[in-house]
Design a protein around this ligand. Structure first.
Ligand code: BGC
Length: 518
């Protein structure tokens, strides 16, 4: 991995801090220097990520899941059918109905449902029963009879241990969910049981997928060169198309798969201490105050759930050291977790426009009065802190993305991205693009916004799942018959003419059968 163009402090593309008081500049910079990664640290983060990816695939100790999704292919333009989908794990929970034909999404209907704190943090059964109630409500709105035979795709954006396309245990909750009794249980089974309890016994969950997988698949529909799906939103993660021969964990039969989508779960990167050298007291404080302590280390540096809090903790330290808000009452300062990442994005807007208006608007929300509680130099300090926190996130994401690109044999790769931080942070996209270019100079890449991969992807993956199931069932059946022929009638098998089955015959039969419900 090559170095990044850095100034003498190691930062890049961030305006220098200029205040009336030179001593204050010196102190602020000294304090916040720990948020800046130097070249050596950039290199070490990249190496740690590369090693942990390889370890996970080799089933050795790693903080990464590198989960086999059992999805061996991307859309090929034949996807068709009508599918229900659930999207759990983003900002909102949704039930969807998708209609596909010739690989295109012809229709997408959805409804958002609010998930209460009791359901998000309580006993899991309540949560899954609530999901089923929402499906029931949605079916009513769409005029679909409750007993209708409907295939479903389940986007579940949390770390999972997958056993097949339609079976996965929850490894741990992330973001704002925590129903401990669900950890270690098969979430497809839980959903299927709740659907049954609510009278929807004919809904069949064909596949479970992560939002990054959905984004990759939806990205591939839009641009055939897509090989990576990434979410930079409330949480963060990436999935990519890996060569199947590199994937050792494979439950069930293999069917000559050439590739398979791997869900990295990079949010947990560093949970075993491999990047502790970049951890500051600020990060420790954020972690200590988080819902899931000492887990999802990397996500806490980069995602929307945490960036606002990291910034708040940094600003708090500046206040405590009397380098910020010296004139304002301490009571005005936002309480823990009350300074959302949207504020960081707004403050960053001023770096684009060269003004202070957005920062003043943010401070207004917290009742700080310009020229009473703070002055222009306070604004500059706040903008400097928001820029450093944002830039560190962009850099960390870029390091891991560059490692991924360098791992791929393709020279030219499209990266499908979605998520609130990617969409709304005014400078992050540009930084990520610039930094990846410097960190993976031999690769050509294109960052493409692929919105709603968690919804559209669920429909596409369901259609892919049906195709794979039909093909694998045909191949297995064929294999069984071949074996049967070998044991009962070796002659018939060897000449292949006197009544031996042909693969093509079986294909026709099995396809007709499994696709029956469309
Ligand atoms: C989850 C991932 C998910 C990401 C983006 C993380 O917290 O663990 O599974 O892909 O958020 O939603």
């Amino acid at each position: 991995m090559c170095g990044v163009t850095h100034n003498e402090e190691g930062s890049y593309d961030i305006e220098d801090l200029k205040l009336k008081d030179a001593q204050r500049v010196k102190l602020v910079k000294e304090l916040l220097r720990k948020l800046i990664l130097n070249k050596d640290e950039i290199q070490r983060v990249g190496e740690a990520f590369k090693k942990e990816m390889a370890n996970a695939l080799d089933e050795k100790s790693s903080s990464l899941q590198m989960e086999n999704t059992y999805i061996p292919e991307l859309p090929d333009g034949t996807e068709k059918g009508k599918y229900l989908a659930l999207d759990l794990g983003g900002t909102n929970f949704r039930v969807l109905l998708l209609e596909l034909a010739r690989g295109e999404i012809l229709r997408e209907e959805f409804k958002f449902y609010h998930i209460s704190d009791e359901a998000r943090l309580g006993c899991g059964i309540e949560l899954f029963d609530y999901l089923a109630e929402c499906v029931k409500d949605f079916m009513g709105l769409e005029g679909i009879p409750l007993d209708a035979k409907m295939p479903m795709g389940f986007t579940f954006s949390f770390p999972m241990k997958q056993h097949s396309l339609h079976s996965a245990e929850l490894v741990t909750w992330t973001k704002s969910f925590n129903c401990p009794s669900v950890v270690g249980r098969d979430v497809v089974k839980l959903l299927q049981q709740s659907l049954l309890k609510h009278g929807m016994e004919n809904i069949e969950v064909l596949c479970i997928l992560n939002d990054t997988t959905g984004t990759l698949v939806e990205g591939a529909r839009l641009d055939k060169k897509t090989r990576i799906g990434m979410i930079l939103g409330t949480g963060s993660n990436a999935a990519f198309l890996e060569r199947a021969e590199r994937v050792h964990h494979w439950e069930g039969e293999r069917h000559n798969e050439k590739n398979v989508i791997i869900d990295i779960e990079w949010g947990a990167f560093g949970d075993k201490g491999s990047i502790d050298f970049i951890r500051t007291e600020y990060d420790k404080e954020v972690d200590n105050g988080s819902l899931l302590k000492r887990s999802f280390t990397f996500e806490k540096y980069i995602s929307g759930k945490y960036l606002g809090e990291v910034c708040r903790v940094v600003l708090k330290d500046l206040c405590d050291k009397r380098l910020l808000f010296t004139k304002a009452s301490k009571d005005l300062f936002p309480a823990p977790w009350k300074f959302g990442t949207d504020n960081v994005s707004h403050i960053e807007e001023d770096a684009i426009t060269g003004s202070n208006t957005s920062t003043i608007k943010v401070l207004d929300k917290f009742n700080y009065k310009f020229n009473v509680d703070y002055d222009e130099d306070d604004i500059k300090v706040i903008q400097y802190a928001a820029a450093l926190v944002s830039y560190r996130a962009a850099l960390l994401v870029s390091i891991c993305t560059a490692v991924l690109l360098n791992r791929m044999k393709e020279k030219d790769v499209t990266i499908a991205v979605d998520g609130s931080v990617y969409k709304h942070h005014p400078r992050l996209k540009r930084w990520v693009k610039q930094l990846i270019k410097e960190l993976a100079p031999e690769k050509e890449f294109h960052l493409m916004l692929a919105e709603d991969g968690s919804g559209k992807g669920a429909g596409l993956v369901s259609a892919i799942a049906e195709r794979i199931n039909a093909r694998n069932a045909a191949a297995d059946e064929c294999q069984k018959l071949k074996q049967h022929n070998i044991t009962t009638s070796p002659q018939k098998h060897s000449n292949g003419v006197n009544g031996a089955f042909h693969t093509s015959d079986i294909n026709v039969y099995t396809n007709g059968h499994t696709n029956g419900h469309h």
